[in-house]
Design a protein around this ligand. Sequence first.
Ligand code: BGP
Length: 480
Amino acid sequence: MTEKKFPSGFLWGGATAANQCEGAYDIDGRGLSSVDVIPSGQYRMKVARGELKMLECQTGYEYPSHEAIDMYHHCKEDIALFAEMGFKCYRLSIAWTRILPNGDDDIPNKAGIEFYRSLFQECRKYNIEPLVTIDHFDTPIALIKKYGGWRNRKMIDAYLKYCRVIFSEYKSLVKYWITFNEINMLLHMSFMGAGIVFDEDEPRERIKYMAAHHELLASALAVKLAHEIMPGCKIGCMLAAGNFYPYTCNPNDIFDSLEKDRDNYFFTDVQARGAYPVWAMKRMKRAGLDDICTDEDAKILADGTVDYIAFSYYSSRCTTADPEIFAKHAKPGNAVFRSVINPYLKNTEWGWQIDPLGLRITANTLFDRYSKPLFVVENGLGAVDTLTEDGKIHDTYRIEYLRQHLLALRDAITEDGIPVMGFTAWGCIDLVSASSGEMKKRYGMIYVDKDDNGKGTLKRIRKDSFYWYREVIASEGASL
Ligand code: BGP
């Protein structure tokens, strides 16, 4: 036991995303969304990156979002389990097409509105603060067909229409909001992050930065709208964080890591400070977008700065400017962030490197840069779990991962003095993996009986980490 505690009022909890847990993809008027047409298996990454066009569900493919863990029909049971763990906060996303099936309908879908209303009421019953991601890898297919996704500026109006509906409907139930999940992901997974499919010969960088500008404008306008409709609410940005470390102290490696980190700061600098830094303007110019940010746009960005910086943290990354060293030490496989293996760190079963101190480093970097409160809205270990004969899951590896990261976060708070609003463990209940589409890559403290072939009873089972996390929350982190 230690004296060090997390601050009182700290928002302890867990996080999920609609498409990875709800299922019921075509029920009660819900429209088709980008995530519903991304299959599991060998083509998943190609589709997610926007390199392979699949805008319909096709026979012969598996689509994990269609049933997921069917939280749509298990919602009350799941929230009761979160309450049993002592959650103060539950981060979830609203499925855009449950509210506006075509993305920009004039009349919202009543069943969708009521579904989330009762979900939020259920949270409130247990004094759990909902934290809502407005767009978690979720672009309505109808808008992709109509506009080509976020490459088109018209997406901003559709997004704001959707925001206006959910802000007005839920203003008395939801105080904490996030505009886009991992907004920087659009540079890497352009279909998943922005509904973009690339044509053979088009200039990809140009399209990505154009889409980025549109999402940043939409984010800024949503912040303004949220403050108007819901005075006192808190609305943040969200990035896939984790600093790039230089592989060596060769200045070329240092500069390379600075450049790679800027892929992420490109977004948060604008959302937190309200303007593009000079280097970002240069990047856009190089991509052929010299005058994309008009004076009017600049004013929108300046008027829509966020209240806090939310981020996911799973790992740090490592990079080198030397192509030979890169080739020799590059991470194998289909990693979203291209990086080299850091020899000082261990790996998860999926090759993600485990670096608890990296969370403290990242938190310090973000706070030094923005001086705004931080919120860790995703962190956790994706691992294979084994159900014992007596129906238990002894996930000591997950407990150890979370324990080490929470200790590092506690140091960031108590030793470095960083204001951190809360911590929501990713996939607090097992759900579909975003990158691989697998069920066997489990993050939960609650096991869900479902396998990669779609088989299982969907029964929920408390893992050892469930009881451990309950104790951590009850002791405000002192039991770590
Ligand atoms: C983040 C996403 C989540 C989640 C998580 C874990 O990028 O915001 O949706 O899935 O990563 O990643 P994965 O599911 O690929 O293991």
